[in-house]
Design a protein around this ligand. Structure first.
Ligand SMILES: *Cc1c(COP(=O)(O)O)cnc(C)c1O
Length: 459
């Protein structure tokens, strides 16, 4: 039996010469087809030898399996999903969305040649950073700006430029770990500076900083502990005191703002978040923040601050290694232009729109979506709470509305799995025996996807 089946295994040359293989060889490189066929032959041989396989082997089967394997391999792994969790800046689901209008600009710039590093007025070499620098100057009040790949890179570049081989003074209460295991102390080490911790976890006083400053100090670092809060008996040194200390000693003060908002989020019902402009106005020398957290742009790290310090960063060789792509610059440029009109930013930038969406509006959308369903019987419109996410506002919630589904003959877990396993996966939240779909993080396109899914899955 075994011998007979093994003899049925076709030779590679015969497989490749088979008329049924011509289509495969037209749409894929020969080496890829050969590799896929070899994997399949090896697997079947193994099955025969271990007596798992008892049926005849045919060439058609191998060709069909090869086609399937190649189709799977060449399908996109990175896929759109529907974020129905209500967590706006969802770290696992791509953080901030980019608007279609912003993507139009990215497409224009990336599918054609551009003036990325070309000065059109003078017909000479230009710099890629110039395109967003003046926008950032206007929006933050800073003298100069630079953009790198992400905020982690921005912090490292700033510290490495200002304090390589020297010391950086930072409060013990601010030695945080951000999602994705970005640890402030580790980044400081990578920048080539020595970390000098001052104060205690819950309290740091101005004199703690003062005592730690020496002629070896390269920078004073302040970190916005955006993703957690120490409550109770606490004290952090106000920005103004740090600025004064920096002025007195001539040591630059760097503030890693993390989420970095350009506008006030108070109207959305959130507590005050330090804006970039406020920190620059208060006299902070260098502020760094993320492009794809509260700003709602592409992944990027923005550095704004004193001209001489930012220029030194531009000259640092690290900048070349951390430099942003033209697509990032195009997306950031379009996002920043939206901020010249705050109302527009709140409508055009998906992250901002989701933060500022009013509960009444979300309720109306939930009702309309429910009414459009073929089988709304087991689905309610219910109040729920959304989160900003991205390590921001850890204790705060935004009032929202959701579709709340009590599945008939299955658990909430099972329904949420079926939602997740669709061609366009829908990521939901479970509360008790219900599956919740928060309206706040659904785009209009997502609502169509959700409608179709619920019509098929919930009857
Ligand atoms: C998020 C965050 C970072 C890291 O920013 P990325 O853009 O993710 O690299 C650094 N510092 C703080 C305070 C943050 O909140």
């Amino acid at each position: 039996m075994k011998q007979r089946l093994l003899r049925q295994l076709p030779k590679m040359d015969d497989l490749l010469g088979h008329p049924g293989a011509s289509g495969l060889l037209e749409s894929h490189a020969r080496t890829q087809v050969v590799a896929a066929m070899r994997d399949i032959l090896d697997r079947i041989r193994g099955e025969i030898l271990s007596d798992v396989r008892l049926t005849d082997v045919t060439t058609d089967e191998i060709l069909w399996e090869t086609e399937k394997a190649l189709a799977e391999k060449t399908a996109y792994r990175l896929r759109p999903v529907v974020n129905a969790t209500g967590v706006i800046i969802h770290t696992n689901l791509g953080r901030s969305l980019i608007s279609d209008r912003t993507m139009d600009h990215v497409r224009d710039v990336a599918t054609r040649y551009s003036n990325l590093e070309y000065n059109l007025e003078q017909g000479v070499r230009g710099t890629r950073y110039a395109h967003v620098e003046s926008l950032l100057q206007s929006l933050t009040g800073a003298q100069a700006a630079l953009v790198v790949n992400n905020n982690a890179a921005a912090v490292m570049l700033a510290l490495s430029t200002l304090a390589f081989g020297q010391e950086i003074v930072v409060s013990r209460g601010e030695l945080v770990e951000i999602g994705g295991s970005f640890r402030i102390p580790e980044v400081m080490k990578l920048s080539g500076a020595r970390l000098v911790e001052v104060g205690t976890t819950n309290k740091t006083h101005p004199k703690d900083y003062r005592q730690a400053l020496t002629d070896r100090t390269g920078a004073i670092l302040k970190v916005h502990t955006s993703n957690y809060r120490i409550m109770g008996f606490t004290k952090e040194v106000p920005v103004e005191d740090l600025v004064e200390l920096g002025r007195e000693t001539g040591i630059p003060v760097v503030y890693d703002l993390g989420s970095g908002t350009l506008g006030d989020l108070g109207n959305a019902g959130l507590p005050p978040e330090p804006t970039v402009r406020q920190q620059i106005a208060a006299g902070i020398d260098v502020v760094t923040f993320s492009g794809d957290k509260l700003l709602g742009g592409p992944q990027a790290g923005v550095i704004v601050g004193r001209r001489d310090l930012v220029d030194a960063m531009k000259d640092n060789q690290l900048t070349r290694a951390l430099r942003v792509d033209k697509m990032t610059l195009a997306a950031l440029e379009a996002t920043l232009i939206d901020y010249f009109n705050e109302d527009k930013a709140r409508h055009e930038i998906p992250t901002q729109r989701m933060i500022f969406a009013l509960p009444e509006e979300l309720h109306a959308r939930a009702v309309a979506l429910r009414e459009s369903l073929a089988h709304p019987e087991h689905i309610d419109v219910a109040a729920c709470q959304s989160q900003v996410g991205g390590g921001t506002f850890p204790l705060d919630h935004l009032d929202s509305w959701c579709l709340s589904i009590a599945p008939e003959n299955e658990s909430a877990q099972s329904l949420s799995e079926r939602l997740r396993n669709r061609e366009i996966p829908i990521i939901a939240r479970i509360a008790g025996d219900r599956v919740l779909l928060d309206m706040r993080t659904l785009t209009p396109k997502d609502e169509d996807t959700v409608r179709q899914a619920l019509d098929e899955l919930v009857r």
